[in-house]
Design a binder for this molecule. Sequence first.
Ligand code: ZN
Length: 139
Amino acid sequence: MGYAGLMFGILAVISVIGLIARIVGGAGQIATAAKEIKTSKDSAEIRCAELERQKKLDEAEAERQRKLDEEQAEIRRKRAEADERIRERQERHRLELEAERAKDEAVSVNTECKMCGAALSGHRRERVRCPYCDFEQTL
Ligand SMILES: [Zn+2]
């Protein structure tokens, strides 16, 4: 083998080493890229799980709020009913009192003062003051 052959051989070895280095480097880059892909896939999965969890929490919160609203609506409805019953009872009572007063006013009473015996007149259950002795009584 001559000088040129030796040089050629050296060059060939250097080329092969370079090629191997590039292959190894490429493999390293591929491995790094694969690792990056896996990392981003993992973080995407984590984000996905986080979103899923958040969605469930939001749904539970919405459900809780809906129940609360329903309960409050029920309470308002019951209170309105109770108010209505009270109003009806008060109105009935007022009408009864009016009817009773009308009945009393229709009945005239002639009597005597319990204190001095003077003649007194008015309607039933009326409070009157005797004009002579100032004694107050119910007819
Ligand atoms: Zn009197």
